[in-house]
Design a protein around this ligand. Structure first.
Ligand SMILES: CC(C)(COP(=O)(O)OP(=O)(O)OC[C@H]1O[C@@H](n2cnc3c(N)ncnc32)[C@H](O)[C@@H]1OP(=O)(O)O)[C@@H](O)C(=O)NCCC(=O)NCCS
Length: 157
């Protein structure tokens, strides 16, 4: 994994970061299948988020959402345009996988249109049908539910 630039740190999100996380998620949600989140949803779920900080600036963010005793979802993985391809995405994922390990979770999954990127991080394709909680809780509310192009991948923790 590439070293992060010395100015970048991966940290648990704090309330001061919520508006910047919201801006990043909204930016990518308008361009990719990343699910949009309201600022209220970001605050309510802030303890799920880790951020990549460049000084006071949020250069990337990602969240770990526990689904069940043995399963959690990695979601809202977003990196700021000016910081792409600097290893931030990989380091955010590794931090969340480590958090899952500490929590005693056996497997993490993602729903994504970038399966090749996640495959490089050790994720393997799975059947979406293996994710009933996710599909019925969140996906039915998605505007592109019937034409979804995302695939599911999972990684053992
Ligand atoms: C996907 C995303 C999080 C990657 O973040 P990142 O910080 O640029 O990723 P990293 O720097 O850790 O990895 C970059 C590497 O992945 C490669 N890569 C980038 N996009 C890729 C893709 N779609 N498929 C395969 N590889 C890809 C880059 O070429 C680079 O390769 P290198 O290490 O050999 O140079 C970022 O592009 C992003 O925020 N995209 C928009 C939101 C999104 O789609 N999120 C994921 C959906 S859940």
């Amino acid at each position: 994994m590439p070293q992060l630039a010395p100015t970048i740190t991966i940290e648990n999100a704090r309330v001061v970061h919520a508006p910047q996380i919201h801006r990043l998620v909204s930016y990518w949600a308008s361009r990719t299948p990343v699910l949009p989140k309201s600022l209220g949803q970001i605050y309510e779920n802030l303890r799920e988020f880790v951020v990549a900080l460049d000084g006071d600036s949020v250069a990337g963010a990602a969240a770990l959402h526990i689904d069940w005793a043995d399963l959690a979802e990695i979601r809202s993985v977003v990196v700021e345009d000016g910081h792409l391809a600097q290893g931030i995405g990989k380091h955010l994922i590794e931090r969340l996988v480590e958090e899952a390990r500490v929590l005693g979770i056996e497997r993490v999954f993602v729903l994504t249109d970038k399966p090749e990127w996640f495959a490089r991080l050790g994720f393997e394709p799975i059947d979406k049908g293996d994710l009933p909680h996710k599909v019925w809780r969140d996906c039915v509310h998605c505007p592109i539910f019937t034409a979804c192009t995302e695939v599911a991948l999972a990684r053992t923790v």
